[in-house]
Design a protein around this ligand. Structure first.
Ligand code: KG4
Ligand code: ZN
Length: 332
């Protein structure tokens, strides 16, 4: 089964061709350079960039596979930025209409959920940590397309916390990768920032308080922003607080549920400290860990095509060619 998938939910324009669960092409045109100077994604600019780039990206993804060879077309239907979603969804519905093939609308977060298994046999049940710029969730996956959300963030997502604290430190958007890089040269115990909800009984997260405490700390110690070594220590200390909460709450949920496998996906899963700490914790507890490959951590259409294939194999109904975007679609 050969599927063309499109993803335009935020600031990456992506097209992929997936055949029988294998990604044949996965082209991503990132808009990082465009939004950097504004400190965050500007929805109107994102939409215009998707409109400008989608055809080239789709053309590249389809370079070895003709439209006539497709069995289905998929796109991210939600959640995401409304107008940005609209570009990919309507283009994919147009492709499906022209090719007379089924269209599958995909949940963006559900696609992240299965992305750690690209190129490998899935192991279920597992507990999955999904950490991106817009979402932070812990999910109990019982089987293919069968999952329950255990907890999510009550305010900011983990990636948002990286990006916003990084902005306070004078780093460009998205600050997550830069904090990761600078933190490697810093001391994670230099400054003691709060670990929100670390011991709370729920599986929920909260990162707004951590962000605010970094802001107050910098207001009290403005001299630190001028020191390269202090910036590295601050990056390492903020990162340590975020990572400790993510890892501790994931492991606690895994032990409570008696599950033996942990997965992690989403843009923040690229973070080296998170990857290291999750691996250490899983080894200590005798758990197996499956991290999404860095290439599929951030937004990409490959993961959309993989999930669409799973839905088709499970005989889930196709999505109407008139279906609309679902910008605030919760993960069931
Ligand atoms: O999954 P993604 O590409 O888009 C969303 O669906 O949000 O995630 C983007 C987020 C941004 O907040 C970015 O700063 C963060 O992932 N990120 C990182 C790293 N690479 C990307 N955060 C920390 N360390 C990284 N290495
Ligand atoms: Zn994402």
């Amino acid at each position: 089964m050969t599927i063309l998938a499109l993803e335009t939910s935020c600031d990456d324009t992506s097209a992929a061709v997936v055949r029988d669960g294998a990604i044949l092409s996965n082209i991503v045109s990132s808009q990082i350079g465009i939004h950097g100077e504004y400190g965050g994604v500007v929805p109107e600019l994102a939409t215009r960039e998707h409109l400008r780039n989608l055809r080239t990206v789709a053309d590249k993804a389809l370079s070895d596979v003709g439209l006539q060879n497709l069995d289905a077309v998929a796109a991210t239907q939600g959640p995401g930025l409304p107008n940005a979603l609209m570009v990919g969804l309507k283009a994919a519905q147009g492709f499906a209409f022209a090719a007379r093939k089924p269209f599958i609308g995909v949940h963006h977060i559900e696609a992240h959920l299965y992305s750690p298994w690209v190129g490998a046999e899935r192991v279920e049940p597992n507990v999955s940590l999904i950490v991106s710029g817009g979402h932070t969730l812990l999910v109990h996956v019982r089987g293919a397309l069968d999952h329950t959300v255990l907890g999510s963030t009550l305010d900011d997502a983990a990636g948002e916390c990286f990006d916003k604290t990084g902005k306070m430190l004078g780093l460009r958007y998205p600050a997550g990768p830069e904090i990761d890089r600078l933190a490697e040269r810093g001391n994670p115990r230099a400054y003691d920032f709060p670990r929100p909800l670390l011991t709370d009984a729920s599986d929920d997260f909260s990162f707004a308080g951590l962000k605010t405490s970094v802001r107050y700390f910098l207001q009290k110690h403005p001299e630190l922003s001028a020191s390269d070594s202090a910036i590295c220590d601050l990056c390492a200390s903020v990162q340590a607080a975020i990572v400790e909460v993510l890892v501790a709450k994931t492991i606690r949920a895994v032990k409570r549920l008696g599950v033996r496998t942990v997965t992690a996906s989403g843009g923040v899963t690229s973070n080296r400290a998170l990857r290291r700490e999750l691996l250490d914790a899983c080894q200590r507890e005798g758990l197996s860990l499956r991290l999404a490959d860095r290439a599929v951590c951030t937004d990409n259409a490959g993961m959309i095509g993989i999930l669409a294939g799973m839905k088709l194999r499970a005989h889930q109904p196709e999505t109407s060619l008139d279906a609309n975007i679902a910008p605030t679609w919760p993960l069931a």
